[in-house]
Design a protein around this ligand. Structure first.
Ligand code: NAP
Ligand code: GDD
Length: 336
């Protein structure tokens, strides 16, 4: 396909539609696809706050469409009109602890929202390639170490249950309707754009603010849990790679290393010039009714078939996040 320009015919850019574009991954994925020459469309809730600040340098470079994953009509209208080549379903109520307080709302967005997307695609744009943001939270009470594509699921939260439903819905539409639909089973991935209620960003922001005298303590929950933490900009490339393959499949994306929340604290506070033990307090309020104590992923299928691997080490990730939060804290404290 081509379109006319004053300089002659140009190949038509591929169109990508991203739900959750105001979130961490939506931002990095949109930026990545824009660099690849895609025409990027993003779903934004009408209730989303501070959209220009949230999407930062994407403003003016992406098409914003208003809608909601809980509203099938809005999703269908956009997909039918835009006719995207690739659709990335990143929108979710993605906070595990909140999902215990909001189980029904979480299922509606994170579980049924995926089914609404798949059905809208089936009805109006069945040739589109679909990516579902599946999660290591589906492994929950892990049945095997490390976790791979074949490891059975045992979700431990309403969020995990909703993600399992979305995972199987994606496979169901692939098998039932021959749609190009993939699950990326991503393990935790972080960045300076991580939401401030997730443990990594909560720690790096607090370490930076304590170092600059803007805050005196940090209150956390369980420090013993272990996560496989990677760097978000590297993970969005894996999403794109999955949709460029000949056949749709599901892939684990992970670093293959696991660390405790305590280790994260130690490195973060050290980077900010502090001793974490002098500033961190524990409050049972941040413990969960059921916990995922350990996750560690085996991404060898993605390495073999997609040529994907993580590059940023765990200490580097922590330092990138602390440095960004130190910069933000300096601005907050008005230190030049
Ligand atoms: P995030 O920062 O929490 O972003 C979630 C996005 O979903 C936001 O843009 C949010 O919009 C949007 N959203 C929430 N409810 C919605 C609704 N009803 N309709 C439309 N949009 C809605 O999440 P993330 O870290 O970027 O993660 C992206 C996806 O990957 C999520 O599905 C998450 O569950 C999954 N995942 C994340 C990780 C990780 O470690 N980051 C690992 C595995 C899987 P507002 O701005 O309006 O709130
Ligand atoms: N959020 C938070 N706040 N978590 C804390 C705290 C705290 O004060 N203290 C300890 N933790 C522990 C939690 O109990 C959990 O075991 C771990 O830190 C990580 O919590 P989060 O950063 O909230 O992430 P998550 O692992 O529960 O979920 C994230 O990763 C999943 C992939 O496995 C989210 O991004 C999910 O959307 C994603 O699917």
């Amino acid at each position: 396909m081509h379109y006319s320009t004053p300089f002659g015919k140009r190949p038509m850019a591929k169109k990508a539609f991203i739900t959750g574009i105001t979130g961490q991954d939506g931002y990095y994925l949109a930026d990545f696809l824009l660099d690849k020459g895609y025409d990027v469309y993003g779903l934004v809730r009408s209730s989303s706050l501070e959209i220009p600040q949230r999407i930062g340098k994407l403003a003016g470079r992406v098409h914003i469409d208003h809608g909601d994953l809980t509203d099938s009509l809005s999703i269908r209208e956009i997909i039918e009109r835009v006719q995207p080549d690739e659709i990335y379903n990143l929108a979710a109520q993605s906070h595990v602890q909140w999902s215990f307080k909001l189980p029904e709302n979480t299922f509606d967005t994170t579980g049924s929202g995926c089914i609404r997307m798949l059905e809208a695609i089936r009805q109006t744009c069945p040739q589109a390639r679909f990516y579902q943001a599946s999660s290591s939270e589906m492994f929950g009470l892990v049945q095997e170490v490390p976790q791979r594509e074949t490891t059975p699921f045992h979700p431990r939260s309403p969020y995990g249950v909703a993600k399992v439903a979305a995972f199987w819905a994606t496979i169901n539409y692939r098998e039932g309707y021959n749609m190009f639909a993939c699950n990326g089973i991503l393990f935790n991935h972080e960045s300076p754009r991580r939401g401030e209620d997730f443990v990594t960003r909560k720690i790096t922001k607090a370490a930076a603010r304590i170092a600059l005298g803007l805050q005196d303590k940090l209150i956390l929950g369980n420090l013993d849990v272990k996560r496989d933490w990677g760097y978000a900009p590297e993970y969005v490339r894996a999403m794109w790679l999955m949709l460029q393959q000949e056949t749709p499949e599901d892939y684990v994306i992970a670093t293959g290393e696991t660390h405790t929340v305590r280790e994260f604290c130690e490195i973060a506070f050290r980077r900010a010039g502090l001793d974490w033990e002098k500033h961190v307090e524990i409050d049972p309020r941040f413990f969960r009714p059921a916990e995922v104590n350990l996750v560690i992923g085996d991404a060898s299928k993605a390495m073999r078939q997609l040529g994907w691997e993580h590059k940023t080490s765990f200490p580097q990730l922590v330092e990138i996040m602390v440095d960004a939060d130190l910069e933000a804290a300096r601005q907050e404290a008005k230190i030049p």
